[in-house]
Design a protein around this ligand. Sequence first.
Ligand SMILES: [Zn+2]
Length: 298
Amino acid sequence: MKLGWTIGLAGLALTLAACGGSQDTPLPANEPAPALTPEPETETSGIEQLELHALDCGTIEISNLDDFSSAGDWAGETDIFKDTCWLIRHPEGDLIWDTGVPGMLAGQPSFTQDIYTVSLEQTLTAQLRARGIRPAEIEYLAVSHSHFDHVGQVDQIPDATWLVHQAEYDFMFPEGVEGEGEAATQFSAFAQMAFEPFVGELDVFGDGSVIIFPTPGHTPGHTSLQVMLEETGPVLLSGDVFHRRESRELRRVPRFNTDEAASLASMDAFDARATQLGAKIIIQHEPEDIDPLPDVLR
Ligand SMILES: [Zn+2]
């Protein structure tokens, strides 16, 4: 079952890619995978204070939650997940955290495969433009992990530098970006981006205000995000350490996680970090966490 659902997630991404008619873009020439040094645009963003914007990057109806608890106690239950993307605006640049479901779904009828029915109202590009931001101005991209509902619109910010935990990079491209096969097709948009791999934690802007930290288990290089907001205080974005509030309260681990023990350890570490910081926790798929948020957190 575990393997089956892993394939299911990847299969959905491939099916969506196929049904959207996106052309296969050639992969980069066979060259070593260097850590490219980004040259962020020096033009000022005009932002003087750190901002966190929640973007609606999809809705996912789950027709059977059994997959989301290895304890077997959610079989037959249903739920509706939010799929959020995040824009972090810093005086030194912009970071997009997660990119939701594929942009080709925008304005289309919902799409169903297996237990998932996915839909999208507006693309990431449209939501950035509504804020007066050109996608080409985004300096950095990071995704919590490489599942279909977090990488769907990477192709919309191809000029950003991809900040990626080395373990997730290796999970996505076991044969390197020049490899062929399913992974290379699924992640072709990433393969064409400048990227900076890291291990441990990454202090994105060098001032401690935005930190990507590893929370492995859902995938090998899964990460979460810490944002130190001036007015709101510290905020932790979960990625998929937890999918629902009940996942956190009951310590429920999805059946398709790559490592259950690591998942439980990451849950504990995430909670300990939140307690230590006095941080607000946001579970990215949880409507109860997302719906009350203002347009911008500062
Ligand atoms: Zn997810």
